[in-house]
Design a protein around this ligand. Structure first.
Ligand SMILES: Cc1ncc(COP(=O)(O)O)c(C=O)c1O
Length: 473
């Protein structure tokens, strides 16, 4: 309860004294000091302790210092230590020190990235990052970038631009008329397209099920021989980085055929698009420049803090037309107005930390980061093989799929790994078999982290095997 003066007076006092920011800083330091050594997944006890948050909405104002203490004491232990070196779940990146620090500063700025007139600094950083990224990722000159929350949204934007542009070429203005009575488009996807591609198709009125599916090879790559005859009504969706195997579709063949047919190609490159910045992996991206739009996450491989994704579109006008909004009070400028490139109007200035990441790493540093993550994935897989695990994919990027001798043992081992707190991996099913998915995505991972995690795998398997023996199975 705030005891003296009005609520506003109390807040002005808090803002002027920096007391709360100082307190937040010490909590953050305490967290950062332990994140490399603590349990990777919180203990059951830490998760149970979250019950204290489950209270009725307070009727009266509370003391921010106590609120911050509660958040730290109860929230910090229940976080997943994904900024450390032994989190290999999903494809979640850590946060680079320079990017995190820039984010802190920009949190204090609290800028709205909608328009130049709302935030000149954000507009300029978006212009700079668009130029840098088009160069770094070897995209066609003049490609436009929109800064969104992640690849789900970026893919939505790319497919919206493609849908609208294909229909426009057929004389149909989908912005004005919607899809009612529109010429039919065709959607061509890989049999292993990511779940978020189907979500975008559903949101765009193109349907999850009304797709033509291209079969994949044993690594999850689209087989170009399985592409249907393409034409100028086709949206073709390819993938740079299969979420399981890390494999890349053959862009040269897909892009070549799609271009001559007048189709629109979108590449979902959530984590894999960064291969273009690596000297050792860039061949995986050969032919990707033939596409029309690309989606990528900076919060994955680049290790920009959450959330940060980018839509790239070769035809700036097509992206802007798909994202259009106007109103008498919206003042567009002759500079960059970020909302022209994204679905949202108000948006946080996530480009700040993206800019800091790119400036702190430079071209060489981004390439080295990508190579390091991929190198660790290869080392992890190699060591697991030595320890008798099976590795089910060709480790071409940062993903490895491990399995034990039997599906039951794989499941038991994964369960024990996740409980161990030593490292954390997710599970999935690959070609009908349960697997342990390893995604190396943190700048902080060291060879020692890989070795410690391999030991955790071996121990977890031993425990699962003994439990199976004891239960007589
Ligand atoms: C290939 C691929 N596409 C799309 C996504 C979705 O990205 P986001 O969660 O940033 O929206 C992911 C996430 O892992 C992915 O791996």
């Amino acid at each position: 309860m705030v005891k003296t003066g009005t609520l506003q007076e109390a807040m002005l006092h808090q803002a002027r004294t920096h007391e709360l920011l100082e307190q937040a800083k010490s909590c953050a330091y305490a967290y950062a000091d332990t994140v490399f050594d603590r349990r990777v997944f919180p203990s059951d006890e830490a998760i149970r302790a979250l019950d204290v948050l489950d209270e009725p909405l307070p009727e009266t104002p509370g003391d921010p210092a106590q609120i911050l203490t509660l958040l730290h004491e109860c929230g910090s232990p229940a976080t997943v230590a994904q900024t450390g070196g032994r989190y290999f779940g999903f494809v979640n990146g850590s946060s680079l020190p320079a990017a995190l620090a820039a984010k802190w500063l920009s949190d204090v700025w609290d800028q709205n990235a909608a328009l130049f007139v709302i935030s000149p600094v954000t507009a300029r950083l978006e212009t700079v990052c668009e130029k840098w990224l088009v160069d770094l990722l070897n995209l066609p000159a003049g490609t436009a970038a929109g800064f969104v929350s992640g690849t789900s949204t970026a893919t939505l934007c790319g497919l919206a631009a493609g849908r609208n542009e294909l229909l426009k070429r057929m004389g149909w203005d989908v912005n004005a008329k919607g899809l009612f009575g529109a010429p039919e488009l065709r959607v061509v996807v890989s049999a292993q397209a990511h779940a978020t591609v189907f979500k975008a198709l559903a949101l765009l009125g193109l349907g999850r099920e009304r797709v033509e599916t291209v079969p994949v090879d044993g690594q999850g790559r689209m087989m170009p021989g399985g592409l249907p005859a393409l034409d100028d009504r086709c949206l073709v969706i390819a993938q740079a980085g299969n979420v399981h195997s890390g494999a890349f579709d053959p862009f040269e063949e897909i892009g070549g055929r799609a271009r001559s047919a007048g189709s629109w190609v979108h590449i979902d490159g959530a984590f894999g698009l960064w291969a273009a910045a690596s000297r050792t992996r860039k061949a995986l991206m050969d032919g990707s420049g033939l596409a029309d739009s690309w989606s990528v996450d900076a919060h994955k491989t680049l290790n920009v803090p959450y959330d940060c994704g980018i839509i790239f579109c070769r035809d700036r006008g097509a992206l802007v037309a798909a994202m259009q909004a106007s109103g008498s009070y919206i003042h567009f400028s002759d500079k960059r107005d970020g909302m022209l490139y994204t679905p949202e109007m108000s948006r946080r200035a996530r480009v700040v930390e993206l800019w800091a990441a790119l400036k702190s790493l430079g071209r060489e540093g981004v390439g080295e980061l990508v190579d390091r993550l991929c190198g660790h994935a290869g080392r992890f897989a190699g060591r697991l093989r030595e320890e008798g695990f099976r590795i089910l994919n060709d480790v071409v990027f940062n993903q490895a799929l491990a399995a034990c001798d039997t599906p039951e043992l794989t499941k038991g081992t994964l369960d024990n790994i996740q409980r161990s707190g030593e490292c954390w991996c997710g599970g999935s099913v690959w070609n009908g078999e349960p697997v342990i998915r390893i995604s190396v995505c943190s700048w902080a991972t060291t060879p020692a982290d890989v070795e410690r995690s391999v030991s955790a795998f071996v121990q977890a398997r031993g425990k699962a095997a003994s439990a199976a023996e004891n239960s007589g199975s």
